[in-house]
Design a binder for this molecule. Structure first.
Ligand code: HBI
Ligand code: FE
Length: 293
């Protein structure tokens, strides 16, 4: 199981975890917003084949587990045959919700990341994992970013939420609220679950792009599944290199949008006076929702 403690600093942990101690990716050609050309023609046939195998593995896992919006949108994207061209997807995405994709060398500084989201630009990493990382990768690669995150950008409510999240992130940086916002992102955009008429479903990109967590998050008896509450989420530490010990469950994307729309300044003040909660906490009176049967 996890060796790293519950953590707050995604970047620092990732950098220590990668063998070179630095971030992967070629940042040399990046502009002031860390944007690079995708160089789609440089991907090799082997990389496109690896993409297809990653895609096929997830496509088999998600029926009955991913939320319908994700499944329908992924189908419409039609990217099963190889690494997609970001500019083509951006054309369709722009028409749907006004978002575009920007190619980045990998993780970018928080301020840059939030600036992109606040302007309806989603950063997508250009490099693809290697064969030996088929089952697990620490840093987001093009498969995680594109397969995991892009489909939901076609949903208007989710797209609006993510822009508000970006705006909130820029504010949080000024109010020393970054740790809270990073936890919110982690437990929703990356590892969020949502209710549906058929029961629990997944919308978090970190789960949808992973091999083993898709089943685990819905049916295992180990993790907590707690109804979403913004302040509780912002107080809860998370794991970056093992399955989550807690998942937060929203009723629908409208709740995600509405519950994260208020000004979080009072939260940051209050949370500064409280100890962060370990990733496997269950507070008195909290509901631990049953796994999907
Ligand atoms: N950069 N490319 C990229 N992708 C991310 O998901 C990302 C990032 N920089 C910062 C960041 N995420 C986190 O700080 C946010 O999740 C809060
Ligand atoms: Fe991600």
């Amino acid at each position: 199981m996890s060796t790293t403690p519950d953590t707050d600093d995604f970047f620092a942990t990732v950098a220590t975890k990668s063998d070179s101690g630095a971030l992967r990716g070629d940042y040399s050609g990046a502009d002031a917003n860390y944007v690079v050309p995708q160089h789609w023609d440089r991907y090799t046939p082997e990389q496109h084949a690896l993409w297809r195998r990653l895609y096929q593995r997830q496509a088999k896992l998600i029926p009955g587990r991913a939320c319908d919006v994700f499944i329908d949108s992924l189908k419409a994207l039609d990217v099963s045959q190889g690494i997609p061209r970001f500019d083509r997807t951006s054309e369709a995405l722009q028409r749907a919700t006004g978002w575009t994709l920007v190619a980045v060398p990998g993780l970018v500084p928080d301020h840059t990341f939030f600036e992109h989201l606040a302007n309806r630009r989603f950063p997508v990493t250009v490099w693809l994992r290697q064969e030996h990382e088929f089952d697990y990768i620490v840093e987001p690669d093009v498969f995680h970013d594109f397969f995991g995150h892009v489909p939901l950008l076609f949903n208007p409510v989710f797209a609006d939420h993510l822009q508000e999240y970006g705006r909130g992130g820029l504010k949080a940086l000024k109010l020393d609220g970054l740790a809270c916002l990073a936890r919110l992102y982690w437990y929703t955009i990356e590892f969020g679950l949502v209710q549906s008429e058929q029961g629990l479903r997944i919308y978090g990109a970190g789960i949808l792009s992973s091999g083993g967590e898709v089943e685990y998050c819905l049916t295992s008896d180990k993790p907590r599944r707690i109804p979403f509450a913004a302040e509780r989420v912002m107080r809860t530490l998370y794991k970056i290199d093992s399955y989550q010990e807690t998942y937060f469950v929203i009723r629908d994307f409208e709740q995600l949008f509405n519950d994260t729309a208020p000004d979080f300044t009072p939260f940051y003040e209050r949370l500064k006076t409280l100890e962060p909660l370990p990733a496997n906490s269950l507070l008195p009176g909290e509901i631990d929702l049953p796994p999907l049967r």
